[in-house]
Design a protein around this ligand. Structure first.
Ligand SMILES: C[S@@+](CC[C@H](N)C(=O)[O-])C[C@H]1O[C@@H](n2cnc3c(N)ncnc32)[C@H](O)[C@@H]1O
Length: 398
């Protein structure tokens, strides 16, 4: 039985205010809220994080069934308690909410997919248009909570050794034979305070995301460019697969992300990495024909990772999709110049939309007939349990 406490409930409401009224990112808001209140125990922290995420995830369903005005986050919380079958305390803030009305309204509206699955009209239409029958299945899966997955840093440890060490640190995990470096948390908990994390023995990285670096077919000693490296989730994995041998150039248009990557690389014991900011086309020109492998982990809608970032549903817009499609097309068209002839390049996204995935690759191959061939493609769907990803490996033939 869930018992609400004043201070933790207020923390949920304040977090929702920051996310919806100020447009802040849910993960950053929750991180900040928890940091400011270090006295809270593990259970309270879990309650705040999970309840806030859940209300963000079910925002449309809750707003419609409770008839909440914009910004009335107490009413959303009331709706969440009612629809989750929890007891609503007789607090002043919940006055005027009748559980029977909310349940009746839900029964009446649950036949409408965009209400039941809590998604904006335009996104529901786009998903249906692009994915047809598959959309409903994926949409349901995208509303599930994402498992927390770790990637063992094989520069410093191995899977079994890490699993045992984490067990001693009170973190229980399980293995998945499809993901050779992955440990899945049995229970959601903060792993960033463990000695294992501080020693750089693992990174938190979804299982689907862990497929991308190996998909690039890299070997120790190669010259590899990670052209959209960000804070380096995949760069660090590439370095581990290369056993620190050869060279990785990690590039991005945002210096602060590359700075963060350098910090993570130090912790992970990566020594074959160089970061370079992309300022203009000269940044690419300097590296022309230099790489055996190029990773293009391009900016995307993030529709494959809504389990983890449910607030993206409310932040995305049709204009954003149009712009990101153009950006992906440009990156694909321009960045292959850094690849040597005979080299291979992976284009990847954390989206499930064909327009961001295979259709981009098809367009690129058509425009570069004879120059590139498609070696292999992989789709990872949210309904398979982890996040949604797409990856395609292309070979530069001439
Ligand atoms: C999907 S994220 C990369 C995630 C990262 N690879 C990881 O595994 O953590 C895409 C990245 O592309 C960067 N980006 C945006 N425009 C770019 C451009 N024109 N060239 C290169 N990178 C760009 C963004 O700053 C962002 O960090």
């Amino acid at each position: 039985m869930l018992k609400l406490h004043r201070s933790t409930t207020q923390a949920v409401i304040t977090s929702l205010d920051m996310i919806f009224n100020e447009g802040r990112y849910a993960d950053k808001v929750i991180e900040k809220t928890l940091k400011q209140n270090s006295k809270w125990g593990a259970r309270d922290r879990r309650f705040i994080a999970e309840t806030t995420y859940d209300i963000v995830r079910w925002y449309r369903t809750l707003r419609t069934t409770t008839k909440a005005e914009e910004g009335d986050h107490w009413k959303l919380l009331a709706g969440w308690l009612i629809l989750s079958d929890y007891h609503m305390p007789p607090w002043e803030e919940f006055k005027g909410v009748n559980p029977k009305d909310v349940l009746q309204s839900y029964q009446k509206l649950k036949g409408i997919r965009k209400i039941k699955e809590s998604i904006p009209d335009w996104l529901d239409e786009l998903g249906e248009q692009e994915l047809g029958n598959r959309w409903s299945t994926e949409l349901t899966a995208l509303n599930e909570e994402a498992p927390v997955v770790l990637r063992a840093n094989t520069l410093k440890t191995n899977l079994r050794e890490l699993q045992e060490k984490l067990y001693d640190e009170n973190v229980e995990t399980s293995l998945d034979e499809n993901f050779p470096d992955a440990l899945i948390l049995k229970q959601r908990q903060n792993v960033f305070t463990t000695p294992s994390f501080k020693e750089g023995l693992f990174e938190v990285q979804d299982a689907g995301s862990q497929r991308i670096a190996p998909f690039l077919h890299i070997e120790p000693g190669m010259r590899v460019i990670d052209a959209c490296a960000g804070a380096g989730g995949k760069t660090l994995h590439l370095a581990a697969l290369m056993k620190n041998k050869g060279r990785i150039v990690a590039m991005d248009v945002e210096q602060w992300k590359l700075d963060e990557l350098q910090k993570r690389a130090r912790r992970a014991g990566v020594s074959n990495l160089e970061t370079r900011i992309i300022e203009n086309s000269k940044s690419l020109k300097r590296l022309e024909n230099s790489a055996d492998r190029v990773l293009l982990d391009v900016p995307c809608s993030g529709l494959g990772v809504l389990k983890r970032n449910p607030d993206a549903k409310w932040k995305l817009s049709p204009e954003f999709i149009t712009n990101v499609l153009k950006l992906q097309e440009n990156i694909l068209a321009d960045y292959g110049t850094m690849l040597k002839v005979g080299g291979e390049m992976v284009y990847s996204t954390c989206s499930i939309l064909p327009s961001e995935n295979q259709q981009q690759v098809e367009k690129f191959l058509k425009a570069n007939a004879g120059k590139y061939t498609l070696q292999e493609e992989e789709h990872h769907w949210p309904s398979e349990g982890f996040d949604g990803f797409y990856m395609a490996r292309l070979k530069k033939e001439s």
